[in-house]
Design a protein around this ligand. Structure first.
Ligand SMILES: NC(=O)c1ccc[n+]([C@@H]2O[C@H](COP(=O)([O-])OP(=O)(O)OC[C@H]3O[C@@H](n4cnc5c(N)ncnc54)[C@H](OP(=O)(O)O)[C@@H]3O)[C@@H](O)[C@H]2O)c1
Length: 261
């Protein structure tokens, strides 16, 4: 099985690559690890080669660069004869700012990485996924792709967009044998999202998930046919409440009715 994992140099992508490297149903996995930090990817590829049957190639690039999708495709054609069984669109980042602070520029750069880069890479690799079918795409959105919070508007916009696009793509690609799954993590402590306030609190830390749980959710959606997975699972309640009781959710997130003059 050939799998591409973007954002494999840390956090959820690294955990997903490690999990895939342990093999899936006895089938050894050959990974393509993508991110900017080459040394981190190399170290992970060496670790993977040491501990099991899996192999990993490394591709250090910025996914927002114009030529990034073509470079991933070229590597797959060169090293794997154009085969691709699983694409995990995981790379992403958040730059916290209210709209009045960050403005359009913050929305633009967040969309460029968290949405446009995923769409561009998928466009380049879809012919390979179709010709390798049955195959899968897993897009890593976020619970913030269902429930928005103050200071995270740009991030939420990108993750809402990714979730909506994934739902449509899943319906479009089903006849072609390409399954599209969506993973919506809640708070998980990683390098890019350390969740310091939550992790430092004796009770709040209980709501923080582990990268390994997200990796298992990637397997559920990518290889076991699930359409979507929240992780930790109870975060699905927040998404359901957002649809069923918007005023309640707004109040819980700090909204106050404006006092009448
Ligand atoms: N942790 C959470 O609480 C949480 C919750 C919901 C959703 N998510 C989502 O999960 C995904 C992974 O996040 P994480 O928590 O694992 O964060 P992380 O530890 O910061 O990992 C982000 C990964 O994306 C890569 N990346 C960032 N910019 C890139 C670029 N321009 N080109 C190529 N690769 C790039 C990073 O590698 P380089 O720096 O080496 O390029 C890194 O490997 C993101 O999409 C994030 O939005 C995270």
């Amino acid at each position: 099985m050939i799998a591409v994992v973007t954002g494999a140099s840390s956090g959820l992508g690294e955990a997903t690559a490690r999990r895939l490297a342990r093999g899936v149903g006895g089938t050894p996995v050959q990974l393509v690890l993508v991110a900017r930090r080459e040394q981190r990817l190399q170290a992970l590829a060496e670790e993977i080669a040491r501990v099991g049957d899996a192999r990993a190639s490394v591709l250090a690039l910025d996914l927002t660069a114009d030529d990034a999708p073509a470079r991933v495709r070229e590597l797959l054609e060169r090293e794997h004869g154009g085969r691709l069984d699983l694409l995990v669109n995981n790379a992403g980042a958040a730059w916290k700012a209210t709209f009045s602070e960050g403005g359009w520029e913050n929305v633009r750069r967040t969309m460029e990485l968290n949405f446009d880069a995923q769409v561009r890479l998928t466009e380049a690799l879809l012919p390979l996924l179709r010709s390798s079918a049955p195959s899968s795409i897993v897009n890593i959105s976020s619970t913030s792709g269902r429930v928005a919070r103050a200071g995270s508007g740009a991030y939420s916009a990108s993750k809402f967009a990714l979730a909506g696009w994934s739902d449509a793509l899943a319906l479009e690609e089903r006849p072609h044998g390409v399954h599209v799954g969506l993973v919506l993590p809640g708070f998980v402590s990683t390098e890019g999202f350390p969740q310091r306030q939550l992790v430092g609190h004796p009770f709040a830390r209980l709501v923080v998930g582990k990268p390994e749980w997200v990796a298992e959710a990637v397997l559920d959606t990518g290889l076991r046919g699930k359409p979507e997975r929240y992780t930790p699972r109870p975060y699905a309640l927040a998404a359901a409440l957002r649809v069923l009781a918007p005023p309640l959710v707004r109040r819980a997130l700090g909204w106050r009715a404006k006092p009448r003059a």
